[in-house]
Design a protein around this ligand. Sequence first.
Ligand SMILES: [Zn+2]
Length: 392
Amino acid sequence: MTAAGGPPAGDLPPLVDHHCHGVLRYEPDAAEFAGLLTEADRPAAAGTTFFDTQTGFAVRRWCPPLLGLPAHCPPERYLARRRELGPEAVRRRLLSATGIGVYLVDTGLPGDLTGPAETAGAGGGTGREVVRLETLAERLAAGLAANGPVVAEEFTAALDRAVRAAARTAAAFKSVAAYRHGLALDPRPPGPDAVRTAARDWLAAGAPRLTDPVLLRHLIWLAVATGRPLQLHTGFGDPDLRLDRADPALLTDLLRATADTGTDVVLLHCYPYHRQAAYLAAVFPHVYADVGLTLTHTGARAAAVLAEFLELAPFGKLLFSTDAYGLPELYVVGSALFRTALAELLDGWTASGAWSAADARRVGAMIAAGNARRVYGLEDGGTADGPEDGGR
Ligand SMILES: [Zn+2]
């Protein structure tokens, strides 16, 4: 068992959360807390609340007992208890009840968030950084521009160096091209002239948010060349993306083009295209699919959705994550829903005779940790290889 009130750990090893984010270092007010339960970027409609969602109900089921309150207590009471304890104590209590041993933290989001080592430390695990490509390029351009006008060649050379340097310590790279352009990208690596021209135009415009498809493709191919796994956002997210342009099936040509590079591609989130993602993972040896975020947002239906992932995806191709962001509660909910959904499916398939108990245990451990350990090159046991990130 994990901490009192937490979900049963069953036979699972410590989880590897291969896609997550830092949590707020400060105490959010009620509106900010509720806003972090949803992918919406505006307040809830009049007369409604984000607590009345699968995610809101899951938070109320799993989190209050970890703070000494009854499960399903009203949100106001939970938030009052949270304020009483303070953000640090809440973070420690919640994260240490997740059963997560390794946190691969995407550091590309803004805000006063905990870094990889700080996040993992609160939960008694280890942290590694996942470098978001678009953020890396934008920060690099801003840094160069601080010293005066930037020449395109200077930027592209620095970008090349920065991606290679990041590959030495990062667990993986991540692209949010789905948000910036959509996934229907030309699958070929852009040539040097095209990259230079695109960089010149982008820099001349003051290097705003990077949405240029040539530069987005260039970043993807720079990352692929390093051999570190590449995570791609697919499926739902906040309304900054168009859902129809985030269908992972749109990546088919890019997946063909990268099939022989030796670099693994991990499709994040996937929902509601998780069946497409499972298919791609089934037919491309270098493609993997992530069940996080989807389980957090489908709550009491998580087992049904996880079952749909498991229809077609080979069992060595699915990876657990929480995609927690901002609230340590989302780590609790992501891990609890994963454990309970997985246990429900495996118990059912074992009871019906479809699976042996030994296979069910083995596959559970693969999705929980083993697949991620193999894909990201993490050592067996409780620690990750490579230098630990200091919380950049
Ligand atoms: Zn994420």
